[in-house]
Design a protein around this ligand. Structure first.
Ligand code: HEC
Length: 146
């Protein structure tokens, strides 16, 4: 039975680790109920992450997906020849909020207010929800520096 003390020691360690794990399990468990409201409040600009902005940048510039927003809005969003400037404070189709921009991208603009072109939904090709949100976040940030 020379191994017994070692076994006991291991059990004691495991118990210790177990207690710690229990504590760290509590954190994600506590976050889970908050995840539903967080999804509902997902248009809170403070929820925009750097990774999302990077994804939105790629979508906007047509690097991924079949849509290129820059074709009409310009590489920096300021081209106002066929489509409106997205970097100023003037919003034709929403209040310019993150959610408003998200919705305009989804519906597109069938009845333009200032330009002769229309904007097809999602700029022409469907975007999955993550890319849709990311490009909306990117455009939101073009016009709202935090
Ligand atoms: C075919 C050209 C075209 C493409 C591509 C395009 N747009 Fe547009 N966009 C427009 C036009 C035209 C309008 C509305 C002009 C008007 O009302 O006179 C518009 C309006 C908008 C608005 C509303 C601006 C406001 O003042 O309320 C947003 C936001 C927007 N576009 C974002 C995007 C994003 C993001 C993409 C890429 C996913 C995109 N657009 C792709 C032409 C385009």
């Amino acid at each position: 039975m020379r191994g017994l003390p070692l076994v006991l020691f291991t059990v004691a360690l495991a118990a210790c680790g177990g207690a710690k794990e229990g504590a760290s399990d509590a954190a994600p468990a506590a976050e889970t109920p908050a995840a539903a409201p967080a999804a509902a409040a997902s248009f809170d600009p403070s929820s925009i992450t750097a990774a999302e902005l990077a994804l939105g940048d790629s979508v906007y510039h047509g690097l991924i997906g079949a849509t290129s927003c820059q074709a009409c809005h310009g590489a920096d969003g300021t081209q106002a020849t066929v489509a409106p400037n997205l970097t100023d404070a003037e919003w034709l189709h929403s209040d310019g909020s993150f959610e408003g921009i998200y919705k305009t991208i989804e519906t597109g603009v069938m009845t333009p207010k200032q330009y002769s072109s229309i904007m097809p939904p999602f700029g022409g090709a469907p975007l999955d929800p993550a890319k849709h949100r990311a490009v909306a976040a990117y455009v939101y940030r073009l016009g709202h520096k935090q």
